[in-house]
Design a protein around this ligand. Structure first.
Ligand code: ADP
Length: 631
């Protein structure tokens, strides 16, 4: 499993940390090296300065003992030894006093071969050197042995530290004594004192003899051997003091002339500090001189470098985090876009599939519509034919009634014509004319009858107009006039005056003829033959309810459910085709009206009949203004 922190893998964090530590260590090292190198340069410069000041400060006194040794009075005094006159000694004393005053040294004295000071610049002071024996002092021994001597020591009389230069006094090449000068190093120490630095001179014993740090004076930098300790005590070099070793620690070598060491810090008591230590030989004053330079500045450089590297890493780290976050955000955005694109593609595919399915369905539906239309057209054609056939069938049925209807006037016309001829032959023209007028009337009524038949047989006019219900009923009644009369049927018509409905005149007549014909058939075998035709006033929905009720046996139950289907009949062969109601219902639908049939079970209010069928047509009421008469 790959562990990530803030979107960055763990190994990257580890690598960054390793890089940081590496770079920080290198930067710190580099800063340290540079700073210490710079410090070493400063140290070298300082040492140059100190060496120069040593040379100039001490050089003034170096030749003094040799000059004193050449003084005639000095040589005379030494040559005379114990026989020297007090005046001569006084002369030498005053000479030495004058020289000491002029040169600014601590003291100048003359020593005999036994090491006794016989004349001194401080001859007249309480702490005079005169009479002191310095035979144990190395500078005296060296002067007698090698001509010159040099020594740092603390005065046995004065207790003051100082540098001694000595020179042999010779007579005819043989030493007869020595001249010595003691000088103070206070001025040097004061001049060398600089902040944060310690400068010192170390003698051949490794003991600090000149130091800008007073506490370190007469402490040793290296352990003192037993022999050295004995020599020191013998020469009373440090006035009998015990020489301690300075508590310092060498930490590291820097280069040939410098090293790093931890020393007690003279500026802060009880603390130790690291210094860069540099030294070089200093033959004028002792063995070597040394300078200690505080490395605090170098430490600060290190800290600065570390801070710089840390800051750089923090900035780089923040940038890396920012970049990682940005990369993550972009990746997420791309992912979201991809997801969106895929979803979109899927959606488009689905849409394409659905569209194809819809197109196919649409195509199918279109074909079905075409097919339906074709079927509908065929049906309509068939319906027209059936309606027409139905009319013809009704015509056929009516033929018998019509024959009777026409035969009667024809017989009457025949008789009237025969009578008219007889009246003419008897020369009674008035009676003959009266007969002919009756004949004319009969012919007129026959013409009306045939006109009805013509209108009935005509193919329907499909345009709907406002048709008077009362007139349509009157036409139907006329057709069945003879039957109604002959069979003694009571026909009650109750239609409000001016009642008009949306229909087609000849078709409406056909509908009423059909229904009235059925009703006449139904009441034929009944004792009471009543047919009632009724129309109501238009209701709130502009509907006109038109009913034909008979006192017949009612519609047979097995017929009722299929009443308006073609070829449904209960009548004997030759009397009914079962087309009448089928045609009627199609025509009624064509008007936008509705036909229904039911058997009456309860009694009528006034007639008392209990059974019988009732046909109801729900017409759309028309405006009474445009009445079209049914012809
Ligand atoms: P058809 O008169 O040739 O039989 P119709 O379609 O006019 O054809 O009538 C179908 C059948 O409906 C009739 O045979 C008859 O049984 C029944 N019918 C129609 N009108 C009435 C009515 N007023 N009373 C009883 N039965 C009726």
């Amino acid at each position: 499993m790959r562990v990530r922190i803030r979107g960055i893998p763990l190994w990257a964090w580890a690598a960054a940390a390793a890089l940081y530590f590496g770079v920080a260590a290198a930067a710190v090292e580099f800063a340290w090296n540079r700073a210490i190198d710079a410090l070493a340069e400063v140290g070298a410069h300082r040492l140059d300065l100190y060496a120069a000041s040593l040379k100039s400060e001490l050089g003034r006194f170096e030749m003094m003992p040799a000059i004193v040794a050449r003084q005639d009075s000095v040589r005379a005094m030494l040559g005379a030894g114990s026989r020297a006159s007090p005046d001569l000694v006084r002369e030498v004393d005053t000479y030495l006093e004058a020289v000491n005053n002029d040169a600014g040294s601590l003291a100048v004295d003359v020593i005999d071969l036994q090491g006794e000071v016989i004349a001194a610049s401080n001859w007249n002071q309480s702490l005079s050197f005169v009479g002191t024996n310095v035979s144990y002092r190395p500078y005296f021994k060296d002067a007698l042995a090698h001509g010159t001597g040099r020594f740092f020591g603390i005065g046995t009389n004065t207790g003051m530290p100082g540098l001694y230069f000595a020179s042999a006094v010779r007579d005819a090449g043989k030493p007869i004594g020595a001249a010595a000068v003691k000088l103070s190093v206070d001025a040097l120490e004061a001049a060398w004192r600089a902040p944060g630095e310690a400068a010192m001179v170390i003698d051949s014993n490794g003991v600090i003899v000149i130091s800008t740090v007073p506490a370190w004076k007469f402490t040793a930098l290296r352990p003192i051997t037993a022999q050295q300790q004995r020599d020191i005590q013998a020469s009373r070099q440090y006035a009998g003091r015990n020489v301690d070793v300075l508590a310092y620690r060498r930490v590291d070598d820097w280069n040939g002339s410098a090293w790093l060491g931890r020393f007690p810090d003279w500026r802060r008591a009880g603390r130790s500090t690291q210094f860069l230590v540099m030294s070089r030989p200093a033959p004028q004053a002792g063995d070597s001189m040394m300078v200690l330079l505080d490395v605090a500045g170098a430490r600060r450089q290190q800290q600065l470098a570390l801070a710089f590297v840390t800051a750089a890493f923090v900035i780089a780290g923040l940038y890396a985090l920012y970049a990682a976050q940005r990369r993550r955000a972009i990746a997420e955005k791309l992912k979201a876009q991809d997801a969106l694109r895929i979803a979109n593609d899927r959606l488009e595919m689905t849409v394409a599939q659905r569209t194809a399915a819809l197109t196919a369905t649409n195509e199918r539906m279109h074909q079905e519509i075409v097919e339906r239309k074709r079927t509908e057209q065929r049906l309509r054609d068939t319906q027209q034919e059936v309606v027409h056939a139905g009319k013809l069938a009704v015509l056929g049925q009516m033929a018998a009634g019509l024959t009777h209807e026409l035969n009667q006037p024809l017989v009457a016309i025949r008789t009237l014509c025969d009578n008219a001829r007889t009246f003419f032959e008897r020369n009674q023209p008035a009676q003959a004319v009266a007969n002919l007028e009756r004949v004319a009337k009969l012919v007129d009524s026959m013409a009306v009858l045939t006109g009805e038949l013509k209108a009935f047989a005509r193919k329907p006019d499909v345009e709907r107009v406002a048709v008077s219900l009362a007139e349509a009923v009157a036409h139907a009644r006329l057709i069945y006039e003879a039957r109604i009369r002959d069979e003694g049927v009571q026909l009650d018509v109750d239609i409000p005056a001016g009642s008009t409905v949306w229909a087609e005149s000849s078709q409406l007549q056909q509908v009423i003829v059909n229904l009235l014909g059925n009703a006449l058939d139904a009441v034929h075998d009944e004792h009471r033959r009543i047919i009632r035709i009724h129309a109501a006033e238009p209701d709130a929905r502009d509907r006109v309810l038109f009913t034909i009720t008979d006192s017949g046996p009612g519609i047979a139950p097995e017929v009722l459910a299929h009443l308006f289907e073609p070829f449904v009949t209960t009548k004997p062969r030759g009397q009914g085709l079962g087309l009448g109601l089928a045609i009627t219902s199609r025509i009624v639908e064509g008007f936008g009206a509705k036909i229904s049939a039911a058997n009456r079970t309860d009694s009528g209010t006034d007639s008392g009949e209990r059974n019988g069928a009732q046909f109801t047509i729900e017409f759309a009421a028309a405006m009474s203004q445009r009445v079209v008469h049914g012809r």
